[in-house]
Design a protein around this ligand. Structure first.
Ligand code: PAF
Length: 287
């Protein structure tokens, strides 16, 4: 695997691949790679001849009181893991390479409305940081395909909208959520979960699954379902942030006759904020 820290040298290498007619797949990450990240790279490898991963802990997408400082940085181990699965290129720039004019002066990319809800409501500015850095990374790598995990469901929806609105010539692919045996979705932030919290922390997923099963069985009292799930999470000892039954495409609160529904949730442990989601497609509109 070739490792690049600078935009120009990566561009030169990828230009050669492009000239040779190779299809380029891209997986942007913030590092601390686990099985779910590697599955995204493997997904890119299925349809692309060349795979590029990036590792950049993007300060622009962290709020002032968030975990940018303590976000795990494990570059040596991440490099070994990517090499182990045959990733071709790793781009790991530093902050001045990505933000040479400083973050305050950086031109921003904003996807309106759908970034104001759910995680966007709890983390003001977060999605602006994500869409800005992902646009820059797309311009640097110029991939044919980019793979994003479904665990960050809102991020995936926002990036799809941004690519559509800005006519960015990249195909966005969704990579499945990878879960522990008890249902906990793999996340770099799982390292913040206390040992005493770990046995009950899959309550977030269990509650989202419970809602989706209730909907499949015909319940349409969405507000009551969301309230009950929040209470389940409180009973398990955690603080719910949001539990929302949404239209999968718009992320607006689901209507009773919507067929594509995603149940999204976020909750706080002592030191982590965890997110998860469960999607369902109903056979036919329900009355
Ligand atoms: O999902 C992530 O790890 C980040 O939000 C991303 C897409 C790499 C942008 O920094």
């Amino acid at each position: 695997m070739q490792v690049f820290h600078h935009i120009q040298t990566l561009r030169d290498a990828l230009a050669k691949e492009r000239r040779a007619g190779k299809r380029i797949g891209f997986v942007p990450t913030m590092g601390n790679l686990h099985e779910a990240h590697l599955a995204l790279v493997e997904r890119a490898q299925q349809s692309c001849e060349v795979t590029v991963a990036s590792i950049f802990v993007n300060p622009l997408q962290f709020g002032l009181n968030e975990d940018w400082d303590k976000y795990p940085r494990t570059l040596a181990e991440d490099t070994r893991k990517l090499e182990g699965i045959g990733c071709d290129y790793l781009f790991c720039p530093d902050e001045t390479e990505i933000y040479p004019n400083g973050m305050a002066e950086q031109t921003r990319v904003v996807v309106p409305t759908m970034t104001d809800v759910l995680c966007g409501a709890s983390r003001p500015g977060h999605f602006e940081g994500v869409t800005t850095v992902v646009t820059k990374l797309f311009n640097i790598v110029q991939p044919d395909e980019a793979v994003f995990g479904v665990k960050d469901f809102q991020q995936l929806a926002v990036i799809r909208r941004m690519v559509e609105d800005l006519c960015i010539p990249v195909q966005i692919i969704a990579g499945d959520i990878v879960r522990e045996a008890d249902g906990l979705a793999l996340s770099s932030r799982n390292g913040y979960i206390g040992d005493d919290e770990r046995p009950s922390v899959s309550q977030l997923y269990q509650s989202l699954l419970w809602i989706s099963q209730q909907i499949e069985q015909g319940r349409r009292d969405f507000i009551a379902l969301e309230d009950e799930a929040r209470e389940q999470i409180r009973q398990a000892g955690f603080k719910p942030d949001y539990i929302t039954i949404s239209n999968s495409r718009t992320l607006e609160p689901a209507a009773h006759d919507d067929r594509e529904i995603t149940v999204l949730g976020a909750m706080y442990t002592r030191a982590a904020r965890l997110i998860d989601n469960v999607s369902l497609v109903l056979d036919r509109p329900q009355g």
